[in-house]
Structures are given as structure tokens and as C-alpha cells.
Design a protein around this ligand. Structure first.
Ligand SMILES: Nc1ncnc2c1ncn2[C@@H]1O[C@H](COP(=O)(O)OP(=O)(O)OP(=O)(O)O)[C@@H](O)[C@H]1O
Length: 396
């Protein structure tokens, strides 16, 4: 009786404890479960060899696959054999890794070949690596998205965040904006649809820096561009003396243009009659935007573009090609997926039916990864959070 009860209890722990907890016990269960799944996978794909002798059939060869978890970064390392055996190609050509992605719901990140083996790194269980607002620790050059995923804006300059209504785009933008305020006060916010972001003009932190009407936005893009050109001149003067480097090497601070609903701005202005004031200022603003996207990196002038569905019409190629950190909230349509991640062959799968605020992210040309945006608590007050983040910058 005792053995049966203990067995049932262990089975209960194994099945449900691991999913709900994150401690040493759940990690042991996760290790066992992962090993079992990988072993099953190898067996079901027939990647082993048997032989028989007088005593019967036995396993002559079974590939040695070893695994290691890194819980602080949410990564799983799988060591696969490149050992000259029959199934070596299944490992080397990436077939096994593709199956692993499906079986473990993990995202392949990198593969490194060594003599006799290859090591592939996967990101696993994104929900366990979700941050809360209080966990965000932005520093100059790095903003947090999830444990193990940061936006290093000096390297992967300019951000795109896409997502349909209700997927969590606005909430994700709030968490980015708050972090930016801890890094710099030079932020300009555009919200042509006058949603929650537009209300930030009533905060002390962003007073005079939030714009919603077309004319205001067009004018302010130009102002941002002028500031960038001014810095270019200053940097040229420094460089004329032989010094080399980018803006941070000369102690300049980064500036950010936070442009939500970019597609709506394009659409509204595209309707303006040719020759009209609106049209003229839009044409200048669009050409400025393209230059900011292209030249801003060296000078520390970055753009963050938010929009629902990026398309060739709403997001000109000259800007699109300069967006190096791309996020899409929720499941993208195949067209959006192709536009954002043209070189990726990763199959995207929904992360949750109940929870919102998840999506897919790509830094530069690295692998596309699933992620959960920082969790915004119930009763969250946008203005309080923005003031708090700006105040803590000033205090430090
Ligand atoms: N990071 C998050 N943390 C907690 N809840 C979230 C998060 N993201 C989204 N949600 C939930 O999903 C809902 C929709 O999110 P959000 O308003 O950001 O979507 P959206 O894509 O910007 O849509 P809209 O364009 O209508 O604002 C929120 O009201 C909230 O309940």
C-alpha cells in the first residue's frame, strides 16, 4: 500500500508540480522529463542500431546526447554526437534540432561544431523567464525584454514592434518607454491615434515631448533630424582631430524617437492633397525619418516604430531595413512574418490562449525567439510609472 501511495504521489509531483513551480525539485523533474522526451525522439526516429546474438537482440549503438540547463538565461544546451556513425547526418544537418524544437517547444538559437560533437543552444519555457516591472534594470545601452533577452540598442539599433489590437503591443511599449526614461531624458513620443501614450503629455517627465496631430508630428520629426545633424557636425569637429568612435565614445547621450502607430501616420498623410501644406511637411518628415533610420546609429539617434501590420506601403523599405530589433506581439500572419523575419525558417507557434503579452523577437540576424513581455500588474497606473522611472533617473 505504502509503495503504491508513494508511487502515485511521485507521479502526481512529476506531472503537475514541475509545471507550476520553479525550484530545485521542479528542475530535477524537468531534467528527467527532457531526457525522456529526447530518448523517445531518438527511438521513434529509429536513430539507434540493434544486433542479435545467441542471447537475443540487443542495442548495439545508441547516440549519446547530453543536456544542460542554464536557468538564469533560460537556455538549454544539447550536446549531439558527430561521431562518424550512421545517424550523424541527422544531427549535423539540423533535422534533430528541428524535432527538438517541436517536442520541447523550444527555440533553437545557435549551433557550434567541435571535433566529434556539436552543441546547440535552445531557449526554453519562456513564461518562466518573464520579468515583472519591478525586475527591470535598464542600463545605458541595454533595455530588458525578458530574462536572457535584452535590447542592446547601440548594437541592434532601431526597434520595430508590431501587433494587432489586443495582443499586448501597447503594454510592451509602456515597459520600453519607462526603461528609456531611466536612461535618458531625450525622448520624443508620437501617437497619431491619440491612445494612452498621447495622455503622457500631462506628465512632468514628458511634458512638451508628446505629439499627436499630423502637423505637430511632421514638424517634430524635422526637429529631431536637425538635432541629429547638429550632433553630426559636432562629432565631425572632434573627429577632425583624429579621434575615432561612435557617439558614446565622446560622452553624448542617446536620443529616442518613440513613434507609435506609424502606419496610421503614413495612411493619414498619404491622403493629403499634393501641394498642400500637410503633404509638403509630410514629405519632408518622411525623408527625415529615412535619414534618421540610416544615420542615427553612429550619432545615437534611435527610432522605435510601433504599428499594427507592417506592409510595404506603410513601412518604406529604407526604414524597414534599418530596424534591427524586431518584435511582433501575438501570432503574426504569414505576410507579416515574412516581412519581419524574411530569412527565418522557424515555425511560429502560439504561446498561450489565456495570457496576453507574448510574441516573437529577433535581434539582428540571430534566431527568432518566442518571448513574454514584462508583466504589467493589475491596477497599473501609466503616469505614476513613467514619473517614477524618470525620477529615479534624475535621482541617480
Ligand atoms: N505585458 C502584459 N502584462 C499583463 N497584461 C497584459 C500584457 N500585455 C497585454 N496584457 C493584457 O492584454 C490586454 C491588451 O493589451 P494591449 O492593450 O497592450 O494590446 P494592444 O495590442 O496594444 O491593443 P490596443 O491597440 O487595443 O491597445 C491588456 O488590457 C492586458 O489585460
Amino acid at each position: 500500500m505504502l509503495i503504491v501511495v508513494a508511487g502515485l504521489y511521485l507521479q502526481y509531483l512529476y506531472k503537475s508540480y514541475g509545471a507550476k513551480h520553479d525550484n530545485w525539485l521542479s528542475r530535477i523533474f524537468l531534467l528527467i522529463e527532457t531526457k525522456q522526451l529526447l530518448a523517445k525522439l531518438l527511438v521513434s526516429k529509429g536513430m539507434f542500431e540493434t544486433a542479435s546474438d545467441d542471447t537475443g537482440e540487443y542495442v548495439k549503438y545508441f547516440p549519446t546526447v547530453s543536456i544542460k540547463f542554464n536557468y538564469s538565461t533560460g537556455q538549454l544546451y544539447i550536446k549531439e554526437p558527430i561521431d562518424g556513425e550512421k545517424y550523424m547526418d541527422n544531427f549535423a544537418n539540423g533535422d534533430f534540432n528541428k524535432w527538438v524544437e517541436t517536442v520541447l517547444l523550444a527555440d533553437k538559437q545557435t549551433t557550434e561544431f567541435k571535433k566529434g560533437e556539436m552543441i546547440t543552444v535552445f531557449a526554453f519555457d519562456p513564461i518562466k523567464f518573464r520579468l515583472r516591472l519591478a525586475d527591470l534594470k535598464p542600463v545605458e545601452g541595454t533595455l530588458n525584454v525578458m530574462k536572457g533577452i535584452d535590447w542592446k540598442y547601440d548594437k541592434f539599433y532601431n526597434m520595430l514592434i508590431a501587433g494587432n489590437v489586443g495582443t499586448g503591443k501597447s503594454y510592451t511599449l509602456f515597459s520600453i518607454l519607462g526603461q528609456l526614461l531611466q536612461v535618458t531624458k531625450f525622448i520624443t513620443v508620437f501617437d497619431p491615434k491619440r491612445s494612452d501614450l498621447a495622455s503622457l503629455k500631462y506628465t512632468k517627465a514628458l511634458e512638451g515631448k508628446v505629439f499627436s496631430t499630423n502637423l505637430e508630428i511632421n514638424e517634430q520629426v524635422h526637429v529631431f533630424h536637425e538635432e541629429m545633424m547638429l550632433r553630426a557636425e559636432k562629432m565631425e569637429k572632434i573627429k577632425a582631430k583624429g579621434q575615432i568612435g561612435a557617439y558614446m565614445d565622446f560622452n553624448f547621450t542617446p536620443h529616442f524617437l518613440f513613434f507609435d502607430e506609424f502606419g496610421a501616420w503614413v495612411e493619414m498623410n498619404d491622403k493629403a492633397a499634393f501641394g498642400s501644406e500637410t503633404r509638403k511637411s509630410y514629405d519632408v518628415a518622411m525623408s527625415d525619418m529615412k535619414e534618421i533610420a540610416m544615420l542615427g546609429r553612429e550619432l545615437g539617434f534611435y527610432i522605435i516604430v510601433g504599428m499594427q501590420r507592417p506592409s510595404a506601403d506603410s513601412l518604406p523599405m529604407a526604414i524597414r531595413n534599418q530596424l534591427n530589433f524586431k518584435m511582433v506581439m501575438g501570432m503574426p500572419t504569414p505576410e507579416v512574418s515574412k516581412m519581419l523575419f524574411p530569412d527565418s525558417d522557424k515555425t511560429l507557434r502560439p504561446l498561450s490562449q489565456d495570457l496576453k503579452g507574448w510574441g516573437f523577437v529577433q535581434s539582428g540576424s540571430s534566431q527568432v525567439r518566442s518571448f513574454f513581455a514584462p508583466e504589467i500588474p493589475k491596477g497599473f497606473n501609466l503616469h505614476d510609472w513613467i514619473e517614477y522611472m524618470a525620477d529615479s533617473r534624475e535621482a541617480s
